[in-house]
Design a protein around this ligand. Structure first.
Ligand SMILES: [Zn+2]
Length: 188
């Protein structure tokens, strides 16, 4: 790996007055429109006011879930690439973070009321990590199960007028048939 200042040569571009001027102009231009960029939608921890960081694609900043993966990696930890600079440090930091989060979650669950705990467990059941397609299949399965439960729980609907008329006819024919069979028995 080359040193940080290896490009800085006398008379070179890096660190020159011209480069500094270009950089300054770019920053001034950026700062002029920064307040117009969409902000993060989260509430700040220290005072509950809206977070002032810039939002990422999902409307949250990098500290408030903006970097949370979507799709197939939803709810899955993202590991640093092994060739990334400082990969080992990043990996250890990630593992420590996950460990700390797990401990925090355990404490939070322990403090929950039975209802909160049931809701929490239900959420965990219905929000399992996995590929986007697998999660979509599970959603569809739950939707169908819910529909079936609803269907089974409802009372049978009263017959329509047409069905009532048909049923009356059927009853009449059945009565005629019984009569015929009776007569057949008598005169046999
Ligand atoms: Zn934020």
């Amino acid at each position: 790996m080359r040193g940080a200042g290896s490009n800085k040569r006398p008379g070179g571009w890096r660190g020159s007055a011209a480069q500094i001027a270009v950089g300054r102009a770019a920053i001034i231009k950026w700062n002029r429109t920064r307040h117009l960029q969409p902000k993060c939608g989260a509430a700040r921890k220290r005072d509950g006011e809206p977070c002032q960081n810039l939002g990422m694609a999902n409307g949250r900043c990098h500290k408030h879930g903006g970097k949370t993966p979507k799709g197939d990696n939803w709810h899955r930890p993202l590991w640093p690439h092994r060739d990334a600079p400082g990969a080992n440090t990043k990996l250890n930091r990630k593992l420590n973070d996950l460990q700390r989060t797990a401990v925090k979650r355990e404490k939070r669950v322990a403090r929950m009321s039975p209802e909160e705990r049931a809701a929490h467990e239900q959420w965990q059941r219905t929000h399992k990590p996995g590929s986007a397609a697998a999660r979509e299949r599970q959603r569809e399965y739950r939707r169908q199960a819910k529909e079936t439960r609803l269907l089974l729980s409802t009372e049978p609907s009263p017959l329509s007028p047409e069905a009532q008329a048909l049923q009356a006819e059927i009853d009449e024919l059945k009565a005629e048939l019984l009569e015929l069979e009776y007569k057949k028995g008598v005169f046999a």
